[in-house]
Design a protein around this ligand. Structure first.
Ligand SMILES: C[S@@+](CC[C@H](N)C(=O)[O-])C[C@H]1O[C@@H](n2cnc3c(N)ncnc32)[C@H](O)[C@@H]1O
Length: 273
């Protein structure tokens, strides 16, 4: 039997050993491939923020900062005050060293309350983070904490494996380090936190594993594609760059055609009460 997922120990060991995009992204794939995956998500996130009218927020919190990819994203967007938060000492120490002018807090977003001084935010990002809170009570509390930290009208930006159709993969159990939640559970949790789902769009179609499909056959096909990519490319940097760039170009086309997409999604929700 596999060991029960212990979030803190899991992320400390991952980030302590591999403090790079491979640690927070796809560990079996090269850094070059992961960079292209992140680029695709960043393009989709920027477009979703533009549509929501979020330019350069005055005050923004990035939850589950990891190696700080989304802190850099907010800096490039010209955000005013940026604050980062992560469960792990490894992430927070690494980020404080790299970005000494930015406040980083070590905290669990699903705890009873967030550290002081984190209210009245114009925007919060939590990119590939909430799926890793597998306990339902903690998950709901995390969403409630984020809702409460936003100013009215403030925007929550997420990358999450929201299941729009159906999840055909391995059933969730205690050893799972992530949980793909159906859209209905998301809208409930957001509404309970005073947030309204504003948009749900694909983060990428081809550069990440498949989350949900209408039919099991499509899921099996997509699963084989991802398996072949992991086996064929794996950690090889040059091959990862060539294959990743080709898939990135194809992904631009697929993204124009997809509505919700088969893979991870960009969620934009706004605080309404
Ligand atoms: C998959 S990584 C994503 C990191 C970063 N957001 C990115 O997209 O590169 C998940 C991050 O969330 C952090 N994390 C996991 N559970 C958390 C929690 N309950 N509270 C705060 N951070 C958490 C982990 O330590 C890790 O840095």
């Amino acid at each position: 039997m596999n060991a029960t997922y212990e979030a803190r120990a899991y992320w400390e060991s991952l980030l302590g050993g591999k403090y790079s995009l491979r640690g927070v992204g796809y560990q079996g794939l090269s850094a070059s491939f992961n960079r292209l995956f992140y680029r695709s998500v960043a393009v989709a996130a920027a477009a979703a923020l533009d549509r929501a009218g979020v330019g350069a927020p005055r005050r923004v919190l990035d939850v589950g900062s990891g190696t700080g990819y989304w802190i850099d994203f907010w800096q490039r967007r010209g955000a005013g005050e940026i604050i980062g938060l992560d469960l792990t000492q490894a992430a927070v120490e690494g980020l404080r060293e790299r970005l000494p002018g930015i406040r980083f807090e070590q905290a669990d977003v699903g705890a009873e309350r967030l550290p002081g001084g984190l209210g009245e935010l114009d925007a919060i990002s939590a990119m590939s983070v909430l799926l890793h809170i597998t306990d339902e009570e903690r998950f709901r509390r995390a969403v409630a904490n984020l809702g409460a930290a936003l100013a009215p009208g403030g925007v929550l930006l997420l990358t999450e494996p929201v299941v729009v159709h159906r999840w055909w993969g391995r059933p969730f159990d205690e050893s799972s380090n992530s949980k793909a939640r159906p859209l209905g559970e998301w809208t409930d949790a957001l509404a309970a936190a005073g947030l309204r789902l504003e948009s749900l769009t694909p983060a990428t179609c081809l550069l990440a594993n498949t989350i949900d499909t209408r039919r099991p056959g499509t899921y099996r096909l997509a699963f084989r594609y991802w398996e072949a990519l992991n086996m064929g490319v794996g950690p090889r940097e040059r091959l990862g760059a060539v294959v990743g760039s080709t898939l990135y170009a194809l992904d631009r086309v697929a993204m124009r055609l997809a509505r919700t997409g088969p893979s991870t999604k960009i969620v934009v929700a706004r605080r309404v009460s």
